[in-house]
Design a protein around this ligand. Structure first.
Ligand code: MEV
Length: 421
């Protein structure tokens, strides 16, 4: 175990103040950074007003910390911003049952598309573009000397002829290494800058010049083994493999399977101020790449009878640019994660997605998700009924056991327990 251990038992039983103390020590946060986390109104009006248009307020969502994650031998605490109960607890439990996560990725490579129309000889034009590749790359790289200085920049040019309802089009792809940026700004600027050259080369007319969110050159992978003894035995392993087979054969189920994965991934994307829609669009398009919508993860049994999970999907996120650098809480969350590159962050996200998926499938293949979900939800109901202190957990526990998670029952129990005291 490394010095910074993410293994904490009973983290959920601590108060917010004690949890903050733990995070502070783990990530060596300053008092100022802890204040940002503790301040549920951390985004000031003028900051929000500079981020988007027509601002009237902010829409805070809870920020939780998933514990127990060991990824490539390094301990991580994972900030997750999400409105749904159970997700953070499920990720933490799943991580605890795993023997750790191992990841890899293809690198921070994005694609910029340039659409050219009105060409009489589209195949000739395609080859013509490829002959002038070096010139196109040079012009693209002149747009972003900083990216080039940090080892990124336009790397390659691809071109395709597509047949459309409006006739043939030549689609040029600029392949750009975005380093620690998500890359939309860099790629869009490059695509716009090379468009006149593409027009000159092809004699056609360029319309769209925009990044593709089908980031299939920015693939991220995670793998984990869940020992059968740790997860409830052979039956549970078999149940999860069967749940996967169901998803692999049926797109109604695959969609929900992937929704569970994105519960984890999107929560970290949001917590780090990244673009949730870009990641979601890329993930679901990747799930459909065969022409059929399929699960993003796979589950199988190894020679020892243990469960092996793998996941692969595009995750286009950054550490610089966008809200990641401007949102005060996102900045602290990146510090808590302790990630050094955008690629490392994307790999952490893939591991969280796999853990989240495991937790959902394990619950679904055994007792169902409602008991766990309701026992967490029941704490909210107990609080809503007026319970405080130890009574919250006591009442929540009774309601979950009785499967009567309702405010009226919570009120009854509150009176009974108070009378007894
Ligand atoms: C709920 O937010 C997510 C699940 O439906 C995922 C799944 O069914 O795998 C539990």
């Amino acid at each position: 175990m490394s010095e910074r251990s993410s293994k904490v038992s009973g983290f959920y039983k601590l108060g917010i103040k004690e949890r903050l103390e733990f995070i502070k020590k783990f990530a060596e946060l300053s008092d100022e950074e802890v204040k940002v986390l503790a301040n549920t109104g951390a985004l000031a009006g003028d900051q929000a007003d500079r981020m988007i248009e027509n601002v009237v307020g902010v829409m805070p969502v809870p920020l939780g910390i998933a514990v127990n994650f060991v990824i490539n031998g390094k301990d991580y605490l994972i900030p997750m911003a999400i409105e749904e109960p159970s997700v953070v607890a499920a990720a933490s439990n799943a991580a605890k049952m795993s023997s750790g996560f191992f990841t890899s990725s293809a690198g921070p490579i994005m694609i910029g598309q340039i659409q050219t129309v009105g060409i009489k000889d589209p195949n000739g034009a395609r080859n013509h573009i490829l002959e002038r590749k070096e010139e196109i790359l040079k012009l693209a790289n002149e747009q972003d000397p900083v990216l080039v200085k940090f080892g990124g920049g336009a790397r390659d040019v691809e071109a395709r002829v597509i047949q459309t309802g409006s006739g043939p089009m030549v689609i040029t792809h600029l392949i750009v290494d975005c380093r620690d940026a998500m890359g939309a700004n860099a790629v869009n600027t490059m695509a716009e800058a090379v468009a006149p050259l593409i027009e000159k080369i092809t004699g056609g007319r360029v319309y769209l010049r925009i990044i593709s969110n089908f980031a299939d050159k920015r693939l991220v992978r995670a793998r984990a083994v869940f020992p059968k003894a740790a997860i409830g035995g052979e039956d549970v392993v078999n149940g999860i493999v069967l749940a996967y087979s169901f998803a692999a054969a049926d797109h109604y189920r695959a969609t929900t399977h992937n929704k569970g994965i994105m519960n984890g991934i999107t929560a970290v994307v949001l917590a780090t101020g990244n673009d949730t829609r870009a990641v979601e669009a890329g993930a679901h398009a990747y799930a459909s790449r065969s022409g059929r919508y399929e699960p993003l993860s796979r589950w199988e049994k190894n020679a020892d009878g243990d469960l092996v999970g793998t996941i692969e999907l595009p995750i286009a996120i950054g550490l610089i640019g966008g809200a990641t650098k401007t949102h005060p809480t996102a900045r602290v969350n990146v510090r808590i994660l302790g990630v050094k590159t955008a690629t490392e962050l994307a790999e952490v996200m893939a591991a969280v997605g796999l853990a989240q998926n495991f937790a959902a499938l394990r619950a679904l293949a055994t007792e169902g998700i409602q008991r766990g979900h309701m026992s967490l939800h029941s704490r909210n109901i107990a609080i809503a009924a007026g319970a405080t202190g130890e009574l919250v957990d006591k009442i929540a526990e009774i309601m979950a056991r009785e499967r009567k998670v309702r405010v009226d029952r919570a009120k009854e129990l509150l009176e009974e327990l108070r009378d007894r005291e």
